[in-house]
Design a binder for this molecule. Structure first.
Ligand SMILES: N[C@H](CCC[C@H](N)C(=O)O)C(=O)O
Length: 301
């Protein structure tokens, strides 16, 4: 067993996040630790956000992201807001720059406690999403599920927000689809060599969408920030909405929204929403063995 580190159990719209403080150490949270933590109902999570010492000048930290199946993710919008809230509480600072495997993320905590993350530029090239087949226009790709002459879901918009996303446009309530059944088939479809996050999106007005996501490596989650960004960008890209929308995250607990703006001037996607601390503890990043801080002690601190 290696020395333990601090972690916080947090959530972004119900997206279950463990923020793990790996600063000052050379090792990483192992996939085995992630799988063990996820197997325990108390520490079950969608993503681990491991905060490491910065690797590049001008950045505050390097963030390593793990899904609950132990696989790596390149982006996690809801988790990034949780990291901002944790570091803002620790340092009193409001503005942060992070590095992930997908690039640099700038983020700011506002006076009202909401957090904006600049998620960078969307990527539409088929081989960078990546897709297995060449598509000149990835705003509507050939892919369907269900009976061949009456598909349940078809022709998604595909893109990368650092991580791969497919957005299926639906005209019924997103909760009425059996996403638990179709999600795994689409996540692992041969069209997506690195798998994909699968989102159902219903356009509810020129400035609003409702989404529900099956996440790559994590399954049905209560919310997914990078999917909300991808739905917003894809809606604007296909002329369904303008570039600034409110995303109603259908399964968020309690029901909640994210504001997304796909900025005209620099092509960057800005996501704004809340983050919530639940409790803290210590864990062993190599095995996932953990303990919860004594509540009285935590309150006294
Ligand atoms: N929950 C995350 C997304 C995790 C993405 C992950 N499932 C993957 O790309 O493998 C979010 O708020 O953006």
């Amino acid at each position: 067993m290696s020395a333990t580190v601090e972690f916080a159990r947090m959530n972004g719209l119900g997206n279950k996040i463990l923020v793990v403080d790996m600063r000052g150490r050379p090792d990483k949270v192992t996939p085995a630790a992630a799988i063990a933590l996820n197997a325990d109902p108390q520490t079950e999570f969608d993503q681990i956000m491991a905060i490491h010492d910065p690797k590049a000048e001008g950045t505050d930290a390097f963030i390593d992201i793990l899904n609950s199946d132990g696989s790596k993710a390149q982006a996690c919008g809801n988790g990034t807001r949780c990291v901002v809230q944790a570091l803002a509480a620790e340092t009193g600072r409001k503005v942060f720059t992070f590095q992930t495997v997908a690039g640099i993320l700038n983020a700011v905590e506002h006076e009202d406690g909401t957090i904006s993350v600049d998620m960078g530029r969307p990527v539409f090239d088929w081989d960078r999403i990546p897709l297995a087949e060449e598509f000149h226009d990835t705003s509507r790709i050939e892919l369907q599920i269900g009976p061949i002459d009456n598909p349940v879901l078809h022709s998604p918009s595909a893109m990368s927000m650092g991580n791969p996303h497919a957005i299926f446009w639906v005209d019924r309530d997103v909760m009425s689809y059996d996403l638990a059944r179709f999600g795994p088939l689409l996540e692992n479809h041969p069209m997506f060599p690195e798998r994909a996050n699968i989102t159902l999106a219903q356009v509810t007005s020129p400035t609003s969408l409702t989404t529900r996501t099956w996440e790559r490596g994590a399954g049905l989650t209560l919310a997914c920030g990078s999917a909300a960004c991808s739905a917003a960008v894809s809606a604007a890209r296909t002329g369904r909405t303008g570039r600034k929308v409110t995303i109603n995250v259908a399964s968020a607990k309690p029901p909640a929204t994210l504001s997304i703006e796909w900025r005209e001037r620099d092509d960057h996607v800005i996501m704004t929403g809340p983050a919530e601390w639940e409790w803290s503890g210590r864990l062993d990043p190599s095995t996932g063995l953990w303990s919860r801080d004594d509540t009285r002690e935590a309150e006294a601190q």
